[in-house]
Design a protein around this ligand. Structure first.
Ligand code: FES
Length: 176
């Protein structure tokens, strides 16, 4: 089995964060010879996501190397559970619901407007790390369609012309 080593892909994330992750993994006292070590994988990935904010390939490779497992096993777990993310998140995570009820009421136009104003596409984060955009499946608030969530706050019946004001509200909230 080929193991991927940290030096294999050029790292761009800060060494301090990798040191923090290493300390977190060390504290778990995982016996690498124990066949049940994979049971720790989710716990390690949660820790890694808390430290880095997301789980890009270089972090997944580091985790694979530390647990002496193949990267494919790590990426399989990351893609299976939707609480893991491989893209960075902004301080304000904008999630536009693209479920059927929202879509038929124009959620795609709302999403396009967020993308246009912020200059990023869904799955990306702004350069200042303030905003990221994602699309979601139904969030269970169909009567309010189209729905946008920004962190934990829900915005209902959002029209493209509301988007600029919603972004401004976030910036005001940040300053408050
Ligand atoms: S489809 Fe958007 S909340 Fe249900």
């Amino acid at each position: 089995m080929e193991l991927l080593h940290p030096g294999k892909q050029k790292r761009v994330l800060p060494d301090e964060l990798y040191e923090k992750l290493d300390r977190f993994i060390d504290d778990l006292n995982i016996d690498l010879k124990d066949p049940r070590k994979k049971g720790h994988l989710i716990q390690v990935l949660h820790g890694a996501q808390q430290i880095f904010g997301y789980l890009p390939r270089e972090v997944q490779e580091h985790v694979a190397n530390r647990l002496a497992i193949h990267h494919a096993e790590v990426s399989g777990v990351v893609s299976f559970y939707n609480f893991f993310t491989t893209t960075p998140k902004g301080e304000f995570t904008i999630s536009v619901c693209m479920g059927t009820a929202c879509y038929v009421k124009g959620a795609d136009k709302v999403l396009e407007q967020f993308e246009r104003i912020l200059g990023i596409r869904a799955g990306e984060v702004t350069e200042d790390q303030k905003f990221s955009i994602d699309s979601l499946r139904c969030v269970g608030a169909c009567s309010l369609a189209p729905v946008v969530m920004i962190n934990d706050k829900v915005y209902g019946r959002v029209a493209p012309q509301d988007v600029e004001k919603i972004i401004e509200d976030c910036l005001v909230r940040e300053e408050a």
